[in-house]
Design a binder for this molecule. Structure first.
Ligand code: G3P
Length: 220
């Protein structure tokens, strides 16, 4: 399963990319607004760092505006994937942009039928929001299960990009279900590294080694 960072923060991205586990980045208007500054420059820098798909979202809500913004975002770098919301205009824009060779991520997916329609119009990625469904007492991961099942019945090339992840169990479940990608805040990716038994085990290996070395030095 691919792992994307859900962030527009360059420091977070610069810290995680050298680990070799990051396959791409997702941003949204809220994340980029948080960073301030020139969003085009930030997106370009992210593309240079990651060399993988970088989702950048349109803010227009009608078809023509989405097309204009989508084409413009795609010019920033070859790694840009244009994100459009799942609306009637978004679906229309997804079809047209995809026909023009621009990759599209259809976002704000909250039902299996929305994912199906986005796949039908050639979306490269669909982004179901699991955490926001959990927030309203509806199982986000059940939605992923349904989308995986539906996509497996056909020959869609659309990838399932699990978004709005809030903790490691979302990643575990997504991987078990065979989702293609999880996009996660940097803190969630950091948490994937932690296990107390790893820390205890490493401490003991080092201590045993040093004890043995000290004993050998004592004999010499
Ligand atoms: O980028 C879209 C998505 O991952 C947002 O997550 O935590 O704002 O629901 P969240």
């Amino acid at each position: 399963m691919k792992i994307f960072i859900d962030s527009g923060n360059l420091k977070d991205i610069e810290a995680l990319v050298p680990l070799g586990i990051i396959d791409g980045i997702t941003t949204n208007p809220s994340l980029l607004a948080k960073e301030g500054g020139d969003y085009r420059q930030i997106l370009k820098r992210i593309c240079d760092l990651v060399q993988g798909p970088v989702s950048a979202e349109v803010v227009a809500t009608e078809f023509e505006g989405m097309m204009r913004e989508g084409r413009d975002l795609a010019k920033i770098d070859e790694h840009i994937v244009v994100k459009v919301p799942f609306t009637r205009d978004g679906v229309k824009a997804c079809k047209k942009l995809s026909e023009e060779g621009i990759r599209v991520n259809v976002t704000l997916i909250f039902s299996p039928t929305q994912a199906l329609l986005a796949a039908k119009v050639g979306a490269t990625f669909v982004s179901p929001f699991v955490g926001r469904l959990d927030d309203v007492a509806t199982s986000g991961m059940s939605l992923i299960h349904e989308i995986v099942e539906i996509f497996n019945n056909y020959e869609f090339t659309t990838e399932i990009l699990v978004a709005s992840t809030r903790g490691p169990m979302h990643i575990v479940e997504a991987a078990r279900m065979g989702a293609d990608i999880c996009t996660c805040p940097a803190a969630v990716i950091d948490s994937l590294f932690n296990h107390p038994l790893t820390d205890v085990g490493l401490k003991k290996f080092i201590a045993d080694w040093e004890k043995a070395q000290a004993a050998l030095a004592g004999k010499a």
